[in-house]
Ligand binder design. Structure first.
Ligand code: UDP
Length: 459
């Protein structure tokens, strides 16, 4: 019997965090621009609150994580939340695949968050093409892979970790959950969660990474000996890079509403390169002692600063801090980080080294002061400082806190010092390389074209 062929239709299944949804949406837009139908699959609960640009070219469908009414914060723990998503998600994803087939829009492929290896098992049942998407670096993923295969034993011992094509890492420069394994209350289940990304990976048809080749060429080459690997980043709106996708100006699907006009009008009258932008991503929240040190550090250095913090973070600020800073600083609950980093007044970015924030800073040529908090950020911070040489990493003292003078010294060095000139030169080089990667004929562009060809050939 003749095999029936369909137009490619890819289901994207990201974790429900901003830093996971954004890169998939941006990668999805690139596929849509090449004629592929893309549907983003998120949870019933999240679908009720996300802000979707009406012009967004990606369709949305929902599955259940078992917390449709209350959200997964009710799960009690991260592990319980992932377990519930695996059980309910597997069932409802299968139902969705069947529903789409009945509607005459059958799914032909899945692009799933590496943290959801169960999607691969569902997709296999329906004969779909399976691509795992990772929004942590290849270095971090190589570490998880070695843990998964028992090639890197926990708890970590010795003064350094040595893995193929990675710089020597201090144990404290590996992802925090591995470093603290056996030392504190971090549940072993969390380690299992990240290492399990590799449990069935040999069955995936593609591994997609949200970085660009030049950032980690040796590690990408090493991984390519094991799997079909494609780097597709930076996954920023095209307008900020190659400008080939008309109307791709922002991230289109957001969990929070930005205070864009407040930020822009405040930044507009500040001198070029005079503002320190401070943000710790969508979930990072330093402890009160750390917030206090950073707050006094910024105030004392007498520079302008724009600081993103949620209402719960605000409660950790020193008394009357916001009233006292007057026009020196602006505090907002969320901003369009893209527009802020692209603004000429920004001279330095104090970041938690979340991969997306680092990629954005690099793509806009903004030097960083990195204060890693958790997950993969310790490793990103190491690379940001020593490999990409795009900023200065600030490290905590024996009490676990980065002191105010450390911030002041690093920010001054970036904004005024000799080292700052060198760092700015490097980061501008990365800015060019980032653009080159996604532009026509660049490494990410070629990988995306190859991926599209594969989707077409197996539909
Ligand atoms: N972001 C934003 N506005 C803010 C703070 C963050 O748009 O006020 C975006 C930022 O542009 C990035 C994402 O949130 O795309 C954070 O991702 P990252 O990987 O840096 O950190 P995570 O949230 O995953 O810890």
């Amino acid at each position: 019997m003749e095999k029936k062929s369909f137009n490619p239709h890819v289901l994207f299944i990201p974790n429900t965090l901003q830093g996971h949804i954004t890169p998939m949406v941006q990668f999805g837009k690139r596929l849509v621009s090449k004629g592929i139908k893309v549907t983003l699959v998120t949870t019933v609960y999240l679908s009720k609150s996300i802000h979707v640009d009406p012009e967004c070219s990606i369709a949305i469908e929902t599955i259940s994580d078992g917390f449709d009414d209350t959200g997964s914060q009710d799960a009690g723990s991260i592990e319980a939340c992932f377990t519930s998503f695996r059980i309910n998600g597997s069932r409802t994803l299968a139902e969705l695949i069947e529903k789409l087939a009945d509607k005459g829009q059958p799914a032909t492929a899945v692009v799933y968050d590496g943290l959801f290896p169960w999607v691969l098992d569902v997709a296999k049942q329906y004969g779909l093409f399976k691509a795992a998407f990772f929004n942590q670096t290849c270095a971090v993923n190589s570490i998880y892979y070695h843990v998964n295969r028992g090639l890197l034993k926990l708890p970590l011992t010795g003064s350094h970790i040595s893995l193929p094509e990675l710089p020597l890492l201090l144990p404290s420069e590996t992802p925090l959950i591995l470093y603290v394994y056996g030392k504190d209350l971090t549940p072993p289940d969390l380690v299992e969660l990240v290492s399990n990304q590799y449990s069935n990976i040999d069955e995936a048809d593609w591994l997609i990474f949200d970085i660009f080749y030049k950032m980690e060429e040796k590690i990408v080459d090493w991984m390519s000996k094991l799997w079909k690997v494609g780097t597709v980043g930076p996954t920023l709106p095209s307008m900020y890079l190659d400008k080939r996708l008309e109307n791709d100006k922002d991230y289109s699907i957001n969990l929070f509403e930005p205070k864009t006009s407040t930020c822009m009008s405040w930044l507009n009258d500040k001198p070029i390169g005079s503002v320190v932008y401070v943000a710790f991503g969508s979930i990072g929240s330093p402890v009160p002692e750390q917030m206090e040190e950073l707050a006094w550090g910024l105030k004392g250095i007498n520079c302008y600063f724009l600081w993103v913090m949620s209402d719960s973070m605000k409660t950790k600020l020193p008394n009357k801090f916001i009233e006292e800073i007057s026009d020196q600083g602006l505090v907002v609950s969320w901003c369009s980080q893209l527009e802020v980093l692209a603004h000429k007044s920004i001279g330095c970015f104090v970041t938690h080294c979340g991969l997306h924030s680092v990629m954005e800073a690099v793509s806009f040529g903004v030097p960083m002061v990195g204060m890693p908090l958790f997950v993969d950020q310790q490793t990103n911070g190491k690379f940001m400082e020593d490999v990409w040489r795009s900023g200065i990493r600030v490290l905590p003292d024996e009490t676990g806190i980065v002191g105010r003078q450390v911030f002041q010294k690093s920010i001054k060095e970036i904004m005024e010092g000799e080292k700052g000139i060198e760092i700015k030169k490097n980061v501008m080089k990365w800015k060019e390389l980032a653009k080159e990667a996604v532009d026509e004929g660049g490494s990410s562009d070629k990988n995306i074209n190859e991926f599209v060809a594969k989707l077409l050939s197996c539909s």
